[in-house]
Design a protein around this ligand. Structure first.
Ligand code: NDP
Length: 252
């Protein structure tokens, strides 16, 4: 569901949505798309200058004024996550969704040679941050009439593939994290928790993972937005604990 969704212009009007990894790639395009659909977006990333460029694009387009939260998931402390929840509550008064897009690729190399420090950093950015961030923001999400939390996984988060190392393990963890939140919250709140596998998408990360590939042969982030809109908006109410694909599988 959702791959061919055509979002009405005001789909996310009045909603506040946090997008991590909003400085580049899929997160940047999703933040701009959500803003175009009427949402007030909170742009989170580690590079303030890049975030300000996204902010300017949204403002120039006449969409609701966004907010910026600079944060590096490699070094963020519990106090930073707690403060983020306080800031969103004080500045914006509500939160209706999170898109967890920030991620690192790490090394494509056999486990036999995988650098343990790189492993630790990937677990922190790709897995620990979405957990702690969601945990810190649950009180706000519970107060929303229709909250949606979207985790971004990968095909190697469902079936491990040689050499994908900590990335594959972290994405398996993300799938489990989403399923656990969905299961635990199903009877006590209306918040929905789902995973999106974007499929091969034209970004810097994809180019690093597949340096020999012609980028023109993979979909742009803009082309995979229908599912991101559908899952964030009210028409996906009741859908929780699912792992969904943003595009049809590519033929080998
Ligand atoms: P990009 O590398 O283009 O963007 C990644 C984003 O995450 C950037 O905004 C980056 O910030 C941010 N980020 C990285 N490290 C940190 C950190 N330590 N703290 C805070 N933010 C950080 O990747 P994509 O857009 O391709 O990927 C987005 C998501 O989609 C990822 O979770 C990825 O695993 C997943 N994915 C992507 C696929 C693809 O084909 N592109 C396929 C399957 C899954 P900065 O701008 O500073 O680098």
């Amino acid at each position: 569901p959702g791959q061919d969704y055509q979002a009405p212009a005001n789909l996310l009007q009045g909603r506040v949505i946090l997008v991590t990894g909003a400085s580049d790639g899929i997160g940047c395009v999703a933040a701009r798309h959500y803003a175009a659909l009427g949402a007030t977006v909170v742009l989170l990333g580690r590079d303030l200058q890049k975030l300000e460029m996204v902010y300017d694009l949204i403002e120039k387009a006449g969409h609701p004024q966004p907010a910026i939260i600079p944060m590096n998931f490699s070094s963020a402390t519990q106090a930073d996550f707690d403060q983020l929840a306080v800031s969103i509550e004080q500045e914006l008064g509500r939160l209706d969704g999170i898109l967890h897009c920030a991620g690192l690729l790490g090394d494509i190399t056999p486990l036999e040679m995988y650098d343990p420090d790189t492993w630790d950093e990937l677990m922190k950015v790709n897995l620990r941050a979405p957990f702690v961030l969601t945990q810190a923001l649950l009180p706000l999400l519970k107060r929303s009439p229709d909250a949606s939390v979207i985790f971004v996984s990968s095909s190697v988060g469902r079936k491990a593939r040689a050499f994908w190392g900590a990335y594959a393990v972290s994405k398996h963890g993300v799938e489990a994290l989403s399923a656990l939140f969905a299961d635990e919250m199903a009877n006590i709140s209306k918040i929905r928790f789902n995973c999106i596998n974007p499929g091969g998408t034209r970004t810097n990360m994809r180019a690093r993972a597949y340096p020999a590939e012609n980028p023109a042969t993979v979909k742009t982030p803009e082309e995979i937005m229908p599912l991101f809109a559908w899952l964030m908006g009210p028409e996906s109410q009741g859908v929780t604990g699912q792992s969904l694909d943003a595009q049809p599988p590519r033929l080998a």
